[in-house]
Ligand binder design. Structure first.
Ligand code: FAD
Length: 327
């Protein structure tokens, strides 16, 4: 039977669920607290360009994931990133990453989620604060106290701490309890995008250093179709460093991550521009990986990367499996 279904969050999981449920003929609406879709598959506008400050690339293990992206994001909106990837072992020696196709959005990561969002109605800048039971349906109430309609089923794709707040505010304590100690299950990450007139490093396009400060550094301009003047690099701090500096001003964070970057590469010049972004919920370290959660009697389900391996493809698979379970 045709149902009305609300989806909370327009990251890859929410958009995937919306598209697949819409294809089955259901009436779907996606709610997103931010200005646009994408969630953690995010790009930041920087002077003259943009830089991917969230997910850096993704791999594809399921052929159906690739087929889904081709069908709904369009083959023009993503491409393999043929970069040179290196990681530093405990002995400080550099080694190449294993061979694998690593995809990115073109000309920026958000091209994928923007294209997906054209297939499903998204209401942006609305943060859902609670669900109220009205007969057999759920009424969605935002943080402003407004009514955003009633639906037969609700899918929550927010990261675990936010999902738990929403469930508790809705009196869905049993489902909330099933999320475990969600504060610890997803780690924060400071990200910095920095511009250089000349290449600050020639060895690799992307590096995972053995460092207390830097978790990952990448030449965003080496991704396909960026066409940047000079080079934009993206630096991610380690979870430990981020936790210790989580309240620090963005400018100080940029300075410190850049200092670590210069030390790593031996670069003698200086960045011409730098912007920092703090992800409070970045990487999942959730122990339990059920794939998705569903309370069929209540018509409330949860999907997201953190329930299924903590990566881009995992977010897609989680949503796909929840949609199958909803029938
Ligand atoms: P999200 O993208 O987080 O979507 C959830 C959405 O819900 C958000 O848009 C949020 O604004 C919205 N929302 C939350 N609460 C509410 C509410 N109450 N009302 C309305 N909307 C709400 N993955 C990889 O595969 N490879 C990588 O290299 C990689 N690197 C990463 C680096 C960083 C710094 C970060 C942050 C993530 C990285 N990831 C990487 C992880 C990847 O980004 C995620 O796995 C994936 O994007 C998660 O998709 P999702 O839909 O599950 O969640």
């Amino acid at each position: 039977s045709i149902r009305s279904i609300a989806i909370i969050g327009s990251g890859l999981a929410g958009l995937t669920a919306g598209i697949l449920l819409g294809r089955k003929g259901h009436h779907v609406r996606v709610f997103e607290k931010s200005r646009g879709p994408g969630g953690r598959m995010s790009s930041k506008r920087v002077s003259g360009s943009s830089a991917d400050i969230g997910a850096q690339y993704f791999t594809v293990r399921h052929p159906e994931f690739l087929a889904f992206l081709k069908a709904y994001a369009g083959a023009d909106n993503f491409a393999p990133w043929q970069g040179r990837f290196g990681f530093q072992g405990d002995d400080k020696q550099w080694q190449a990453f294993p061979e694998e196709t690593r995809y990115v959005g073109v000309p920026r990561m958000t091209a994928i989620t923007r294209a997906l969002s054209e297939h499903v109605p998204v209401t942006a800048q609305v943060r859902i604060a609670k669900l109220e039971r009205v007969g057999e349906q759920w009424r969605l109430i935002c943080t402003e106290g407004n009514d955003h309609g009633s639906y037969d089923q609700v899918i929550i794709t927010a990261p675990p701490a936010q999902a738990r707040d929403l469930l508790e505010a809705s009196g869905l304590n049993e489902l909330a309890g099933g999320l475990g100690h969600s504060e610890d299950s997803i780690l924060a990450c400071w990200a910095v995008a920095a511009h250089f007139e000349e290449a600050p490093s020639d060895d690799f396009d992307a590096m995972r250093p053995d460092s207390d400060v830097l978790y990952w550094v990448a030449n965003n301009s080496s991704k396909p179709e960026r066409n940047d003047q000079g080079q934009w690099w993206v630096l991610h701090a380690t979870p430990e460093w981020t936790q210790a500096h989580v309240e620090e001003p963005a400018e100080k964070v940029s300075e410190q991550l850049l200092a670590a970057f210069y030390e790593l590469t031996g670069y003698q010049g200086a960045a011409t521009d730098a912007v920092a972004h703090r992800w409070l919920y970045a990487r999942s370290v959730q122990q339990e990986q059920p794939g998705y959660l569903l309370e069929p009697g209540l018509g409330v389900g949860l999907a997201g990367d953190w329930l299924n391996g903590g990566r881009v493809e995992g977010a897609w698979e989680s949503a796909t499996r929840l949609v199958e379970a909803l029938g």
